[in-house]
Design a protein around this ligand. Structure first.
Ligand code: ZN
Length: 314
């Protein structure tokens, strides 16, 4: 799922929706886009087929019978060895159980979703509670298939169980919802964490994959340049939030109104979640203090201590 707020406008061509039909991407890779277009999923979830003859599928996509039959016909005459899941949002893992039942493949990847708080609101409600993998892949763990090798790269942030998968033979990375060319990721607490997300962007900066294949939209062709832009974008947003706090905005709606000028009213919910994610990160770093009066909305203010930000913003 993506964030609809403004993003670094680096590669406009990458914003084109990819073709929905089975498409050959590389000697080892094919893609089908699921029919679940929405403002958060672009033109649908990308399902990738890796290898030839004996294959793996990365992100089976939503629980949708037409997508399942499209996948089964795409691999007709081949053996599906492994189903890999980047994370447990339903638009990625929802179709996994039926695809496993139809093929006998092993389902591996992200850990099942563990809610941190009672009751689930917001984006946490879109986690797939029926997902039950045969094995969970740990960070750095490698899976060797028939002619392909995949390494799991733990990348929490968009959600806590998010994995990217490196296809070692091609120097390619399946980047899930962590890094997408068409939009920035949505990072929504409590399961999403801005602090973890930023650390996961930095983690990819230390790797050398040359192309990313995301969970939605077309490829990221210059990943290192794009990662730098994403990190810069979030730091700018953080600076705007600190400025708005210094100007006296205290609640999420007041901060959103100051930080996201000209935002369409349909996007204020997403902007509010993203703002909350930044505020939690700032609070963990001791830069912001939160107060939640009984029954009232949480209020935020700059921490009363001298630091690099309070000096600048005083
Ligand atoms: Zn997602």
């Amino acid at each position: 799922m993506a964030n609809a707020e403004s993003e670094p406008d680096l590669f406009p061509a990458a914003r084109e929706p990819p073709p929905r039909a089975l498409t050959r991407l590389s000697p080892m890779m094919r893609r089908i886009v699921a029919p679940n277009a929405s403002p958060l999923t672009f033109n649908g979830t990308c399902t990738y087929i890796v290898g030839e003859g004996a294959v793996a599928i990365v992100d089976p996509g939503p629980d949708d019978d037409s997508h399942l039959s499209a996948l089964l016909s795409a691999i007709e005459g081949e053996q599906l060895e492994t189903i890999l899941v980047t994370h447990t949002h339903r638009d990625h893992s929802g179709g996994a159980n039926k695809l496993r039942a139809a093929t006998g493949a092993r389902l591996v990847g992200a850990a099942p979703f563990m809610p941190r708080v009672d009751g689930m609101g917001g984006l946490d409600a879109s986690h797939d509670r029926d997902y039950s993998p045969d094995a969970i892949l740990a960070d750095g763990e490698r899976l060797h298939g028939s002619g392909y090798s995949i390494e799991a790269v733990a990348t929490p942030g968009h959600c806590s169980n998010h994995l990217c998968f490196a296809l070692l033979e091609e120097g390619a990375l399946f980047s899930g919802d962590h890094v997408m060319a068409w939009s920035t990721s949505i990072v929504a607490p409590p399961d999403g964490s801005m602090r973890a997300y930023m650390a996961s962007l930095e983690k990819l900066r230390r790797r050398d994959e040359k192309i990313y294949w995301p969970g939605h939209g077309g490829p990221v062709l210059e990943p290192q340049r794009y990662l730098r832009a994403l990190i810069h974008h979030r730091r700018q947003r953080e600076a705007s939030i600190l400025t708005a706090l210094a100007d006296g905005a205290q609640t999420i709606p007041a901060l959103v109104a100051k930080v996201y000028t000209g935002l369409s009213p349909t996007l204020t919910g997403a902007a509010g979640l993203s703002t909350l994610a930044h505020l939690e990160d700032l609070r963990e770093r001791g830069l912001v203090v939160a107060e939640a009066p009984d029954g009232g909305a949480a209020r935020f203010r700059l921490a009363e201590r001298r630091g690099p930000f309070s000096d600048k913003l005083a």
